[in-house]
Design a protein around this ligand. Structure first.
Ligand SMILES: [Zn+2]
Length: 367
């Protein structure tokens, strides 16, 4: 009797110690997560400081299909919400992605559960939603585009669509190769990390605007060579296209402040850069350096707080939307075959030029 109760006591004590240890461990894990999170969000200034965009090609594709296919149904699925939910669950790490996690969520939503109720108590959902929105917001929506039509004299007609309106940065039918290369260090000037994505191809390949926006930078930069920087109209994304062709780098109609639409030809692939002197081919392999920077606060545009995201999976996803181009034999310039009307760009196109400090613009964007 005595022995039995003593044994019970020992087991109980052991269980309590075990529970204490595991709760300490869990607390440590939570603290660690919170510390990581604190480095990603500035709670004082209220903006995102850092984003690891790790959403996989498979997850992007699947969420996108749910979104597009649901447009004719009662319950519309928002692909960014779906990805943000999974991002929160995975602590941003999409190596944990399983298709079933996504289909289970979509099932709940289709059965009438709201995203608000489902994410209730998920502390970092708002962060992931804001971060992923900053990356993907300009990619999907309504737009009008020309499509082939044999019955019309021009061989094309306008069609209203919903879906992916962002394009692959390389024109259709032009070969390229690429691999996951963010963070690989480079040695020109001083040792620094590679903040973008390289796409190897042939000199002269037409380079396509991924998203609509305005030309913020155009000209020579000692690292990027001839480079063009295009900012989205909501100002959160800065697209950087570098090492463009010697002598004829850009579409000649473009200047700083020009408006471009997704799919427009903005320049040509080359190998300029790594030189303080202009128009020098100092890059060994012809390639497009494509970068995507997120800006939540203007202080993040330049300096040490820049957020450049990994574009490999994004670029793979964009492959489903390639822009066909044709050469103008007189000007030697390439143009898109099928024109687009991107609603977000149409307003500014009417005014033909964009002024960064224009109050009217700011009011329109933020209203
Ligand atoms: Zn590069």
């Amino acid at each position: 009797m005595f022995f039995k109760s003593k044994l019970k006591l020992v087991i109980m004590t052991e269980l309590i110690i075990l529970a204490l240890i595991s709760s300490l461990f869990i607390k440590h894990e939570i603290d660690k997560r919170e510390a990581i999170f604190a480095s990603m969000y500035d709670t004082e200034k209220n903006y995102i400081k850092w984003v690891d965009f790790d959403v996989s090609y498979a997850a992007l594709n699947k969420a996108y299909e749910y979104d597009v296919n649901s447009q004719s149904e009662d319950v519309k699925i928002n692909w960014i919400e779906v990805l943000a939910y999974l991002g929160t669950k995975y602590g941003g790490d999409f190596s944990r992605y399983k298709e079933k996690h996504m289909s289970d969520l979509v099932e709940k939503l289709k059965n009438g559960e709201t995203m608000e109720a489902i994410t209730d108590g998920m502390k970092h959902y708002d962060y992931y939603f804001e971060a992923y929105s900053a990356v993907l917001e300009g990619f999907v929506g309504e737009y009008e585009i020309e499509v082939p039509d044999e019955t019309s004299p021009e061989g094309k007609k306008w069609e209203k669509k919903y879906g992916l309106k962002a394009f692959l940065p390389i024109a259709k039918y032009y070969p390229y190769s690429h691999f996951d290369d963010i963070g690989v260090s480079r040695s020109y000037g001083y040792k620094r990390k590679h903040l973008g994505h390289d796409m190897m191809g042939q000199t002269g390949t037409p380079i396509i605007a991924v998203e609509s926006g305005y030309v913020e930078a155009l000209g020579w930069n000692q690292y990027g060579g001839w480079r063009i920087g295009i900012r989205s109209f909501d100002k959160k994304r800065y697209y950087y296209y570098a090492h463009l062709r010697q002598n004829f780098p850009f579409n000649k109609s473009l200047t700083e402040g020009s408006i471009v639409q997704a799919g427009d030809v903005i320049g040509y692939m080359g190998r300029t850069g790594y030189s303080a002197k202009e128009n020098v081919n100092n890059i060994r392999t012809t390639h497009l350096h494509f970068g995507l920077q997120l800006i939540f606060d203007e202080s993040q545009k330049d300096g040490w707080n820049q957020i450049w995201i990994d574009c490999y999976d994004l670029v793979q996803f964009l492959y489903r939307n390639r822009c066909e181009t044709v050469k103008d034999q007189e000007t030697k310039e390439y143009h898109r075959v099928y024109d687009i009307k991107d609603p977000v760009a149409q307003y500014y196109i009417k005014r033909s030029i964009y002024d960064f400090d224009d109050d009217e613009f700011n009011i329109r964007v933020y209203e």
